[in-house]
Design a protein around this ligand. Structure first.
Ligand code: GUN
Ligand code: FE
Length: 419
């Protein structure tokens, strides 16, 4: 980049609009200021006037970087370990793998791999769960720092009903959270943020969840957790927490549900619980690839839509079978049809970008290609037959194979390129 000067990127541009709908330009220049913000999506003439250097990306499609609102870093190497429904899979596959993350060399190697897998799929922002190891969580942040990706991430909290090797007592885990917050929250002008991550109600004592809510409130942090993914999980939650009237009530009672809360799955919530999610302003990480892999069911997108609940998409690696948000988009479409919530490509594209940014509290910064936003964008090789707005929408939603990612940028900085 030329110091102190704007840089242009010329190509087709497709973006959700903050005002609703999507906007498409067949041939435009994305003008990025030296500080990495978007100053304009300009005509070719205006772009030439603003930028001494214009990267010629004609034949490509520029979209906002994908936002993966929910995935698990320590599950990077166990994708595809099919072994039954949620609780069985956690016991057989996930907990043994996550137990390995107290080992520095392993945790560091996987953290680098994790960041690379995200960037190469065009993901610019992740909502990432770490393991319960503070060491691994610091290594995750270090890998994210180095990769240039944007992230909201946190130490997974679990102090009961899980193997000894991944269990951390409440006081110790909360002290580690505070330490991680002081080291990483707001790093690099807010590119990295720390979230509070009680894994799910079964593996958290009431005391741990109350403490977690207090730390989140103290620092105004996102809270990320799982809810209503599987009927057995739901039943067991109420055995473990018999004082709660339903699954959501566990989190409400301990003070974990508010506008900064991202609830993953939400498959089996009833209409009244959906009303409470909406009233509290919490958001949803919709993880349909994972939901199919574990046979968990299909979330009713229409319930969220009807109440104006914000929805982002999560690959939920490693119950999700791919780091590619566009695979999750395809599954979200299938799930929408199964639940009589038929989604359009424009809606799905918006969920995969702006929806995720909104759910992670980052919509002022990213999620669209509009002036004033930070320049997080992904370049897709566009097949010739995907012309016009409809072709662009197909490429940006379903055509991960036909329109592969060639470059990924965060704040105008190249974080991955194909060659
Ligand atoms: N519920 C609690 N932990 C997990 C997890 O790691 N993955 C999924 N899909 N659900 C969970
Ligand atoms: Fe998950």
């Amino acid at each position: 980049m030329l110091a102190g000067q704007s840089v242009g990127y010329r190509g087709a541009v497709l973006t959700p609009s903050s005002a609703g709908g999507v906007v498409y330009h067949d041939d435009a220049v994305l003008v990025v200021s030296p500080s990495g913000t978007i100053s304009a999506v300009a005509s070719i003439e205006a772009g030439r006037a603003a930028c001494p250097l214009i990267h010629d990306l004609r034949g490509s499609l520029l979209v906002p970087g994908f936002v993966d609102a929910h995935l698990h870093y320590p599950q990077t190497r166990v994708i595809g370990s099919a072994s039954g429904p949620l609780l069985t899979w956690l016991e057989r596959v996930v907990f043994p793998e996550e137990a390995r993350f107290t080992e520095e060399t392993y945790a560091r190697a996987v953290a680098k791999e994790f960041a690379l897998r995200c960037a190469e799929r065009g993901t610019t922002t992740v909502g990432a769960y770490s393991s319960s190891s503070p060491l691994a969580t610091n290594l995750l942040f270090d890998a994210l720092r180095e990769s240039g990706l944007r992230a909201v991430a946190g130490l997974v909290l679990m102090d009961q009903r899980c193997p000894e090797a991944v269990r951390v007592p409440a006081a110790q885990a909360l002290a580690a959270c505070r330490e991680i917050v002081s080291r990483w929250h707001g790093f690099d002008g807010g590119r990295l943020a720390v979230a509070i991550v009680p894994r799910f109600a079964i593996s958290c004592s009431k005391e741990l969840m109350q403490g977690a809510a207090a730390v989140a409130a103290e620092h105004d942090l996102c809270v990320m957790t799982h809810i209503s993914e599987n009927p057995r999980e739901e039943a067991e939650t109420l055995v473990v927490h018999p004082w709660a009237r339903d699954y959501l009530d566990v989190y409400e009672t301990v003070g974990l549900v508010g506008p900064r809360t991202i609830l993953a799955h939400a498959i089996h919530l009833g209409p009244a619980a959906w009303d409470r999610v909406a009233e509290r302003g919490a958001t949803i990480a919709h993880c349909p690839d994972s939901n199919f892999f574990l046979g968990s069911g299909a979330m009713r997108l229409a319930e969220a839509r009807a109440r104006g609940v914000t929805v982002g998409l999560g690959t939920d690696v490693a119950a999700g079978r791919s780091f590619d948000v566009r695979r999750t988009v395809a599954c979200a479409y299938d799930a929408s049809l199964l639940t009589e919530s038929a989604a359009t490509p424009a809606e799905l594209f918006t969920l995969a970008t702006l929806g995720g940014a909104r759910s992670l509290g980052l919509a002022e910064r990213v999620g669209t290609l509009e002036p004033g936003k930070e320049a997080d964008f992904t370049v897709l090789a566009r097949p010739l037959h995907a012309a016009g707005e409809q072709g662009a929408l197909r490429a940006a939603t379903f055509a991960a194979e036909l329109a592969p990612v060639t470059r990924t940028y965060v704040r105008g900085r190249l974080v991955w390129s194909r060659s």
